[in-house]
Design a protein around this ligand. Structure first.
Ligand code: NAP
Length: 216
């Protein structure tokens, strides 16, 4: 059983991570900006107020935990892009403040920087909308930042190109920097199976200090 502080627990991906973690018997502290959005009514769940963009709030939430997990961002507005790299910096700063007592950090990343079969990256594809490109590059900037960090045990997990609520099959494939594509040429993962992969990584760490990706 691990003690997990989860930022983004009210979100599409974060809520699936929350379900998977609680179903496996982990203790989760959901760190939310508005506690009215999430009630601590399930066994193993605690809720505290906090902001991922505030390093002091991160340090506070991280104290005594085994893992800090972040699934923040989201939506179509400018707040999405504006959150991603600053959240990475704040999470690392907050954990650094705890020194040797800092838990592991696992963050939800983006697919844009993954390599494609033609040797380019997902974000090099023609015709991508500007708003999506900005989100992709914000995740790329955050990953570049994590790759400079050696004093916090970080892991960044890029979903497949398409991630959406769906079925929990319990199966997935993973890779390091290459986009995972299925037999039909699609790069996809359900949010439920993405959560399975993240919890597997918590229970059996294999990607400390690197990015990995999950798809079918
Ligand atoms: N294929 C891909 O690469 C791909 C696809 C989809 C998503 N993603 C990434 O996955 C992440 C999550 O996406 P999603 O669709 O699950 O988003 P979402 O449903 O919009 O949820 C976002 C979550 O972040 C939280 N949040 C935002 N700012 C925060 C802050 N300052 N402090 C604490 N919590 C904060 C929100 O909390 P509130 O309830 O307080 O608003 C919410 O729980 C994003 O970074 C997104 O870019 C990647």
């Amino acid at each position: 059983m691990s003690k997990i502080a989860l930022f983004g627990a009210t979100g599409t991906i974060g809520s699936r991570i929350l379900d998977e973690a609680l179903n496996r018997g982990h203790q989760v502290t959901a760190v939310v900006r508005d506690p009215a959005k999430l009630a601590a009514t399930r066994p193993g769940l605690a809720v505290m107020t906090g902001d991922v963009l505030d390093p002091a709030s991160v340090a506070d939430a991280a104290q005594g935990q085994d893992v800090v997990l972040s699934a923040v961002g989201g939506g179509d507005g400018p707040g999405h892009v504006a959150t991603i790299r600053p959240a990475a910096e704040s999470l690392v700063a907050g954990l650094r403040a705890l020194g040797d007592r800092a838990p592991r950090l696992i963050t939800v990343g983006g697919a844009g920087s993954l390599r494609t079969a033609d040797g380019r990256q997902v974000w090099d594809a023609e015709g991508l909308p500007e708003a999506l490109l900005q989100i992709m590059h914000a995740h790329g900037d955050a990953l570049d930042f994590y790759r400079t960090v050696s004093d916090v045990r970080w892991t960044n997990c890029s979903p497949a190109a398409t991630i959406a609520p769906g079925e929990r099959t319990g199966t997935y494939r993973n890779a390091i920097d290459d986009l995972i594509v299925d037999a039909d040429g699609q790069s996809r993962i359900s949010a439920e199976d993405y959560a399975v992969a993240l919890l597997d990584e918590i229970e059996k760490p294999q990607h400390v200090g690197e990015r990995f990706t999950v798809g079918y």
